[in-house]
Structures are given as structure tokens and as C-alpha cells.
Ligand binder design. Structure first.
Ligand code: BTN
Length: 245
């Protein structure tokens, strides 16, 4: 990839926000930018040609959708909580913009709108406790998915008519204020809100981890943000995995 000189736009909440024309992945771009800048940076791209999803999957590019990555300092012991928080803020952003909409979170942080996947989040380590938080939101249109067990949906097809830059502003401000609440009051109040929006809570689910597929009842998330699964063998704590309904 060729390095593109970003145009500094403005300060939004905790971040200096830049936008570039095109990149392979905004996550890679922030990894190049952050070590040299030393401050908190958010970066969006109009076009993203080689977007990455979780577990080696890709993330398709569609004109008008949001491709955003921002830097965030995350203490190692709090990583799973942050993963949940980032998704919670995104879900609540949609809820605030369109209060009547059916917004849900699929553990740990996929956001669903009207039963379809609206957004995906990919955290990648930059160095030490510094992380790249990459967020894709189907603002304008949804890609065709195959083999996922669910469809993708967009804000636009749900009648939510704002553009990707407006959404970016809402989200960064919302996440910064949720982060402040988390630091002030701890995880509990945010966990309650997360559970209120959770998809499949107290239902039978399957979770695919690195090593196995586990089936059981999704009881709750614990104080670390781990999924608590009740299987035939007892209650298991799942740290990372993909949830199937
Ligand atoms: C997933 O649901 O699998 C996560 C998808 C994450 C996509 C976003 S788009 C912006 C950032 N850059 C990337 O290459 N991926 C993330």
C-alpha cells in the first residue's frame, strides 16, 4: 500500500480525526500514524479496498459506508470489558438517532439492526496497551453475506438517513462519554445496559472458540465481559469466540 497523507479535520472528543481518500485497511493506517503522532488519533477512509474482519474474514467495501479506526489505551486486564463497551456505545448511538429501531448486540460486539448485522468491530494491538479499534458500519448499503447464518443490513434501508461523517461524530462523542462513565462508576451500569440489548440472552446458542464448538444456554456476561454458558458439564466462561444462534 502507498501511504496517503491524511488531511487533519478536527478534534472530536478525545481524538484528532483525520480522513483519507483510500486505504487497504484503516487499521493498518492507524498503526503507521499513531507511533509518530503520540496522541489519540481517529482515522476514516472514504474507500477501503482490503478491509479485514474477525477470524481472517474480510470486510467488503461499499460506497458511503463508514470505515473508522481509532487508537485507544486499554489496560490488559480490562480488554474484554472494553470490547463490550465499544459495541454497546455503537448500539446505543443507533438507538439515540432512531429510538424506535430494533437494535441488538451479538456477543461480544456485533451490532444488529432489525435482525441483520449492521456493524463489525475489529481490535488489533498496536504496541503495549495501545490498540487499534476498527469499526465498519453499513451506513448506505449492506453487502450480500454467505455462510454466516445471518444477513447484513444498513442504516439507510431502515430509514435512518444520516451520512457516515455524521455517524462518526455521534459515535466518537458517545463512546468518549461512556468511557468516562465506565472509569467513574465501573463496569456494572454499562453491563446492565449491554445485557438489556443482548441478542439470545437466556437462549440456547453455540459458540465457536479457537478449539471447539460449545452449545448451551447463554446465561449472562460476567464482570469481565466474558460469556457465561450453561452446558451439560456445568457453567463455562468463554473469553473469545463466535456466537451462532
Ligand atoms: C467483523 O465483524 O468481523 C469485524 C469487521 C471490522 C471492519 C472494520 S472496517 C474499519 C476497520 N478496518 C478494517 O480493515 N477492519 C475494520
Amino acid at each position: 500500500d502507498e501511504f496517503m497523507l491524511p488531511v487533519y479535520k478536527e478534534k472530536i472528543a478525545l481524538w484528532d480525526w483525520y480522513e483519507i481518500e483510500s486505504t487497504g485497511s484503516t487499521n493498518d493506517e492507524i498503526k503507521r500514524l499513531v507511533p509518530s503522532s503520540g496522541s489519540s488519533v481517529a482515522l476514516s477512509a472514504i474507500r477501503q479496498t482490503g478491509g479485514r474482519g474477525r477470524r481472517g474474514r474480510g470486510w467488503q467495501e461499499i460506497e458511503g459506508n463508514l470505515y473508522l479506526t481509532f487508537s485507544l489505551n486499554i489496560p490488559a486486564a480490562e480488554l474484554s470489558r472494553y470490547v463490550c463497551l465499544i459495541g454497546l456505545s455503537l448500539a446505543e448511538t443507533v438507538k439515540e438517532i432512531a429510538p424506535q429501531s430494533d437494535v441488538r448486540i451479538k456477543w461480544p460486539n456485533d451490532v444488529f439492526l432489525g435482525g441483520k448485522k449492521l456493524s463489525g468491530i475489529l481490535l488489533e494491538n498496536i504496541c503495549g496497551s495501545l490498540w487499534a479499534v476498527g469499526i465498519g458500519v453499513n451506513v448506505a448499503a449492506a453487502p450480500e453475506l454467505s455462510g454466516t447464518g445471518y444477513e447484513a443490513g444498513s442504516l439507510k434501508e431502515n430509514g435512518i438517513m444520516l451520512d457516515r461523517i455524521e455517524f462518526l461524530h455521534y459515535y466518537l462523542a458517545k463512546f468518549a462519554s461512556d468511557l468516562e462513565q465506565y472509569r467513574r462508576e465501573g463496569f456494572l451500569p454499562l453491563k446492565e445496559r449491554w445485557l438489556g440489548l443482548a441478542l439470545n440472552c437466556r437462549q440456547k446458542i453455540s459458540v465457536k472458540t479457537e478449539t471447539a464448538v460449545k452449545t448451551g444456554e447463554f446465561l449472562t456476561i460476567d464482570d469481565n465481559g466474558y460469556l457465561m454458558l450453561k452446558t451439560g458439564e456445568g457453567i463455562e466462561r468463554i473469553v473469545a469466540g463466535d456466537l451462532f444462534m
